[in-house]
Design a protein around this ligand. Structure first.
Ligand SMILES: Cc1ncc(COP(=O)(O)O)c(C=O)c1O
Length: 488
């Protein structure tokens, strides 16, 4: 039995006993993180975590508190030096944004305020609404559309798929489950679609076999003739097509699917048009890409990440849905403990939990709101354009260098290439280029990643980095050639 009297005589809190001491340390942390970001260019892109660093994470659960200065020292010795590297100007792996100093500070403010941004009449709810409205504006998406911020592209895509599935034929899936479907639901996505879409189909009970893989052309774009054939075949065999995914920036090569043609098929076949624009959708801010990406404005839903090509610190993705009611119908649920009130703190905007799976949510909109205000959208548009120009610059360097071979067309910010001295078998080229990549990482020189294209190992540069400069791509080419020659 708890001795209540004893406990209540010694009430405690997590607030510091010595506020001044913590404040001094906090100032030091700010100093250190600013110095870290300011000097990041002179650091290796990546360092392998040392044995002593890894060992430091095997200690058992702390029973008693430790000195905060010592904990911070531990961070500086064992955590910070072995960072992933996506803050570095020569990091171009997978598709990962860089973050920014002001947004970093916004994260601190958000954590300090610590609102649970799901329900109620408080400022964070309105900040999120404004950010969603700004996102619609950025993509030219209708004003009446709904939207939600999520942890990233994977969550935005699965949320879209749930909405598309539930909207199909208005069959009361929420109450009755998938058994209400007249037949097996099927959806269509190009063979180059990100794996999160398959996971989403699996989690939604649609099943990965129901994700029809549409062939791609030589430019890695969806083959519309094949798409139409698959739909016709499925209809003939009694399946229930419900959704087509259009990619704006495939993960391997950055290809843009023929969006206008997909939109037309969706309209004729009465299918949901979802755009996975995880990074590429934001190229719509660049005037030269406006026409190619115009069909996004007519999509039923579009998923994209602000932590990729908007350079926000992790995590923040966004889903926009054209029909607010359909979106809401997929998730709205109001138990007694979540009833909105007319007045008081439980009033306010429609609860955000009515538009997604999560109930508790952090204040991820603050960093977006503050960054948009700090720079203005024109700056982001210029940076995206800059990343594209740098990718085309890298392409030109590769074309000039006889020892390098381009492995995919460059459409936006991704360049896939390999070292090819022309006297090696395919299997040797595969192993050699993989080795070059690992050496680039281990030597801390540059961090592109990889793609396997038609069985060929490509060194893949994906540029969502506002710190990269033209000269960084000279370094990349120089080092790939130097390493390749040294290993041949
Ligand atoms: C095209 C595409 N879709 C979806 C995703 C998944 O996004 P996230 O990593 O934010 O979950 C990615 C990630 O790189 C991507 O490139």
């Amino acid at each position: 039995m708890i001795d209540f009297q004893q406990v209540l005589e010694k009430e405690q809190t997590l607030d510091p006993q010595n506020w001044e001491e913590m404040k001094d340390l906090a100032h030091q942390m700010v100093e250190d993180m600013f110095a870290y970001l300011q000097n990041i260019r002179s650091e290796p892109v990546w360092r392998k975590p040392s044995q002593s660093s890894k060992d430091s994470f095997t200690k058992s659960l702390p029973e008693k508190g430790e000195d905060i200065a010592q904990i911070y020292q531990d961070f500086k010795e064992n955590i910070l030096p072995f960072n992933k590297g996506n803050v570095h100007p020569r990091f171009w792996s997978w598709v990962q944004g860089t973050g920014s100093p002001f947004a970093m500070m916004a994260e601190m403010l958000a954590a300090g305020m610590n609102p649970n941004v799901t329900i109620g009449d408080h400022s964070a709810m309105y900040v999120e609404q404004q950010v969603i409205n700004w996102c619609k504006q950025m993509l030219g998406y209708p004003n009446e559309a709904s939207g939600i911020l999520l942890s990233g592209g994977s969550m935005a895509n699965i949320t879209a798929l749930v909405i598309a599935r539930n909207a199909f034929d208005r069959k009361n899936i929420r109450q009755k489950g998938l058994k209400m479907m007249p037949s097996q639901l099927v959806m269509y996505a190009s063979a180059e679609t990100h794996s999160c879409m398959q996971k989403a189909a699996e989690v939604c009970g649609i099943g990965s076999e129901a994700v029809r893989q549409v062939r791609v052309n030589d430019d890695f774009q969806m083959d519309i003739v094949h798409l139409k054939e698959l739909i016709a075949e499925d209809r003939k065999n009694g399946f229930a097509p419900f959704c087509i995914i259009g990619n704006v920036g495939t993960v391997n090569t950055g290809a843009i699917d023929p969006l206008d043609a997909i939109l037309e098929v969706c309209q004729t076949e009465n299918l949901w048009f979802h755009v996975d624009g995880a990074f590429g959708a934001l190229a719509k801010l660049v005037p030269e890409y406006q026409v190619a990406l115009r069909a996004i404005e007519s999509a039923d839903s579009v998923a994209f990440d602000l932590h990729k090509w908007m350079y926000m610190p992790y995590e923040v993705g966004c889903l926009l849905v054209k029909d607010k009611e359909i979106h809401r119908n997929a998730f709205a649920l109001q138990p007694s403990y979540l009833l909105s009130h007319e007045r008081g703190m439980a009033a306010g905007p429609d609860p955000i939990t009515n538009y997604g799976m999560e109930l508790s949510r952090g204040f991820k909109s603050l960093k977006v709101w503050m960054s948009f205000k700090e720079h203005g959208i024109e700056k982001f548009s210029s940076l995206i354009k800059q990343n594209i120009a740098q990718a085309f610059y890298l392409e030109s360097l590769i074309k000039q260098e006889p020892l390098l071979e381009l492995l995919a067309p460059v459409t936006m910010n991704i360049v896939c290439f390999r070292f090819n001295p022309k006297n090696l078998a395919e299997s040797e080229l595969f192993a050699l280029n993989k080795e070059i990549l690992m050496r680039l990482h281990e030597d801390g020189l540059a961090a592109p990643s990889y793609a396997i294209l038609h069985g060929k190992y490509a060194i893949r540069m994906a540029n969502t980095n506002h710190r990269s400069q033209k000269s960084d791509f000279d370094v990349l080419v120089r080092d790939v050639v130097r390493l390749g020659l040294s290993m041949r």
